[in-house]
Design a protein around this ligand. Structure first.
Ligand code: NAD
Ligand code: UDP
Ligand code: UDP
Length: 310
């Protein structure tokens, strides 16, 4: 039985990760400051002897004894990470330093939840791990993008300098049950709007693309990466290469919910990437991983979840 620390464990992805780790017999310490996460996401785990919850901000040092660390703590949706941008950068950078310092002291393997945002508004399509990105360092998304890029730098420097066992995962847009209904992300917005009979808000012309990965597929990739052989550090893209425009996504949500909602067009936010799609060749070859859940099937699960809470 491994002792596993999950930072950001009460969030959307973190709570699904805790579920999977508990189910396979790990001893899980979930650390969260509840900035965007919720106790409701992990309430069903609270009675289990293999699960422990600690309220803590990763910007501060943390002294615990663990074998493995999944570092997920960070607000992930644009409206959440732009709400307090200084805190977002601190969480990515100070949080990474503290978790790397902890990993160094206890000789734990550590995985970083990085992001496709390190590619910025990409000029290479689809994005491969070797692409260095096209990121604005001073825009409204920079607190998140540059914070995550700096965290990757810290991971590789701790690896080179202190020989830490690191795993860097570049997560592409992921959706599913337990997404925050007010996080402003496109899947949660469209589903909540559709269920309330409100019009679906398309930003810009709606022809920008994203690739949506269902949460179960993503967590499988994350666990495989953590368990992969020691010399494989990544960075590795994990996401679903199926690419959709926001109009296509909106039309699918309208069809699956049976709503009478229409599309309304609103201004495109600053620095909004025009297209995003992962090249997952590396994950396929090194992790024997690829996504299995089709967008429509994942959306049906997500719609059922939002129906139960909205
Ligand atoms: P989320 O907002 O649901 O979860 C983040 C969790 O971190 C929350 O529970 C929040 O309370 C916690 N947190 C934030 N700041 C903290 C701090 N200073 N100390 C302790 N806890 C803190 O978001 P998510 O979608 O679950 O994302 C999890 C991770 O995956 C993030 O690091 C995010 O950047 C990364 N990621 C997610 C996606 C996606 O599509 N969901 C894509 C790329 C990367
Ligand atoms: N740290 C931590 N838990 C530990 C060990 C370290 O939170 O178990 C923090 C510590 O506060 C430090 C950071 O991790 O600021 C980086 O640690 P490292 O040992 O790399 O650097 P140093 O302590 O030499 O600055
Ligand atoms: N978007 C949209 N309507 C919404 C919310 C988002 O058209 O109600 C667009 C947004 O401009 C972006 C895409 O959907 O082009 C994905 O946005 P999200 O915030 O989910 O993720 P990210 O931009 O970080 O990939």
């Amino acid at each position: 039985m491994s002792k596993v620390l999950v930072t950001g464990g009460a969030g959307f992805l973190g709570s699904h990760l805790c579920d999977r780790l508990i189910a396979r017999g790990d001893d899980v310490l979930c650390v969260d400051n509840f900035y965007t996460g919720s106790k409701r996401n992990i309430a069903h785990l609270l009675g289990k002897t293999s699960f422990e919850l600690m309220r803590h901000d990763v910007c501060w040092p943390l002294y615990v004894e663990v074998d493995r660390i999944f570092n997920l703590a960070c607000p992930a949706s644009p409206i959440h990470y732009q709400n307090d941008p200084v805190q977002t950068t601190k969480t990515s950078v100070h949080g990474a330093i503290n978790m790397l310092g902890l990993a160094k002291r206890v000789k734990a393997r550590i995985l970083q939840a990085s992001t496709s945002e390190v590619y910025g508004d990409p000029s290479m399509h689809p994005q491969m791990e070797s692409y260095w990105g096209n990121v604005n360092p001073i825009g409204i998304r920079s607190c998140y993008d540059e914070g995550k890029r700096c965290a990757e730098t810290l991971f590789f420097d701790y690896h080179r300098q202190h020989h830490l066992e690191i795993k860097v995962m570049r997560i592409f847009n992921t959706y599913g049950p337990r997404m925050h209904p007010q996080d402003g992300r496109v899947v949660s917005n469209f589903v909540v709007q559709a269920l309330r009979g409100e019009d679906l808000t398309i930003y810009g012309d709606g022809l920008q693309t994203r690739s949506f990965c269902y949460v179960d597929d993503l967590i499988e990739g994350m666990i495989r990466l953590m368990d992969s052989s020691v010399e494989f550090t990544g960075p590795v893209n994990v996401g679903n290469p199926g690419e959709f425009t926001m109009i296509e996504l909106a039309e699918t949500v309208i069809r699956l919910t049976g709503t009478k909602s229409k599309l309304v067009f609103e201004p495109l936010p600053q620095d909004d990437p025009k297209q995003r799609c992962p090249d997952i060749t590396l994950a396929q070859s090194r992790l024997d991983w690829e996504p299995k859940v089709a967008l429509e099937d994942g959306l049906k699960e997500t719609i059922d979840y939002f129906r139960s809470i909205v």
